[in-house]
Design a protein around this ligand. Sequence first.
Ligand SMILES: Nc1ncnc2c1ncn2[C@@H]1O[C@H](COP(=O)(O)OP(=O)(O)O)[C@@H](O)[C@H]1O
Ligand SMILES: [Mg+2]
Length: 600
Amino acid sequence: MTSKDPTSRAPKPRDHRDRVHDRMLARWFWLGHVRPWTGLIVLSLVLMAIDGAMTGAVSALLKPMFDDVLVETRSGMVIWVALAIGGAFVMRAGTSLAYKTLMAYVAEKVATGLQSDLTRHLMRLDQAFFRTHPPGHLIDRVRGDTQELNAVFEKLIPGVGRDMVSVVALLCVALYTDWVWTAVALVGIPFLVAPASMLQRLVRRMGVQARETSASASTRLDEIFHGVVTIQRTGLEDHEIGRLQRVLKRFLKARVRTAGGQAAMGSLSDVVAALGFALVLIFAGGQIATGERSVGDFMAFFAAIAFLFEPLRRLGSLSGVWQNVLASLDRVHRLLQEQPSITQPDAPLATLPAPGDEEIRLEGVTFAYDSDPVLRQLSLVAEAGKTTALVGASGAGKSTVFTLLTRLADPQQGRITIGGQDIRRMDLAGLRALFSVVAQDSALFDETLRDNVLMGATGIDEAQLQAALDAAHVTEFLDQLSNGVDTRVGPRGSALSGGQRQRVAIARALVRGAPILLLDEATSALDARSEKLVQEALDKLSVGRTTLVIAHRLSTVRRADKIIVLDRGTVIEEGTHDQLLAAGGSYARLYAMQFHDGME
Ligand SMILES: Nc1ncnc2c1ncn2[C@@H]1O[C@H](COP(=O)(O)OP(=O)(O)O)[C@@H](O)[C@H]1O
Ligand SMILES: [Mg+2]
């Protein structure tokens, strides 16, 4: 598969592999996503076939219309021919209404189903995946690529069901009328093959490019709207628009070329049609003049061939449509192939710690996000029911310890136990349910304050909610909000202040009631007054829980049962505040510095 593989240089196997891959994608799509709708698709195909056959019927009816009604003026026939032609059109109207609605239904069912599958799958993936796939890009994949697949139901299946039947029916009428004329009219079609396959490749390539640039554009938009405050403050509007426009320009180019390529296939068939018409007219004109053939013959034939080119043109563009679909299928499929490295362990699972037995141990833990280890042979113990503080310079690896504890990543070496059991052997959801995390800027969702606190927790009555809100000092600002606890907090909680957001996050942790509390710089972003309130709330929260606290300001950790000082991923000191001060090491120096700077 790699470029070093000698066969990959030979053009033939490569083409072959592409075709095998395309077939695999089609099978995967069919088996996994389309098959449940077989019944509706078959029904639609029948309706499409009726629609297609009616086009043939209309052209066949032109012969009696001309020969019997218009030329011979047999008055008895008028009513029958008129009824038949009218009936054929009504049939077309009814069937096409029905199958278009059915196909739209199936298309949306398949697309929205894939959207949920894809989102559910993506939510399980590792942090490393999300570092290389920004949100805008993923939104575009989930929404845009699945929508591209609609073409299967809105173009491809009708193409096969209706247009193929039309083509066959019309060909029958044409051949029945005069096979020589038919051969003359269609003489140019073989010349379409080579340019059509060239166009097909162009459309595929441009389709891929259009989807890629569309994802980049979504990423840009996502960053613009998330960073809008920064952009406004620093006057970066023109700069950002410039970056967006460059992506959009590439998108536009790819889209226009895709559309152009698809249209060129149609135009090619028009040229061939023109050639055919001219030849037939010259050829047939003589035969009609001599009375060898009737005007009705010619009109039926002419209509059949004229009707024929429209579905033929659509059929011609289908390969381009299919190429586009394959490009999107490929991308959706590749995302679904991404596997998380953090998964539910195989049975037997380790038992989750009993209440009060949540002692946390890191034993020789080494961990790297990329190549440089962030944690190096790190060993530490946080006793159950006690408060353990992690301090150290920024970048020392403190937050990474929390990342590993909650299994957002696994260490490359060493192990982590809680209550004596390896966390890698515990039920993943059960493990994560052990923790409440309050970080520096807690993520709130664009829901009501109540929903942000409850976060789907069930069995919490109004009194319990009120108690949590009181303890977290949320109650104090509720009357400033228009709808109290039912006020929406805006995207990422932007309608609240930093201190208010933290207090909501603490209320959330209280309601969650998890036995282990992870506090990552929970008060660092706050002013003194908010810090005091939040700290009080945190103190209430940590009573009776195993607490790990990361704090920049040493004033908040001095009461911890144990303080662990990290430096570049290893423990350099540990003890109580008094012990560490007495030891006169780096903690003592750090403390003296903060005290001196008046940060106390
Ligand atoms: N998601 C991540 N991907 C890659 N590198 C990271 C990631 N998170 C942190 N790092 C790196 O790991 C190191 C330790 O980070 P962190 O644990 O956040 O430090 P601390 O919390 O002590 O300030 C830093 O050098 C940082 O650049
Ligand atoms: Mg940190």
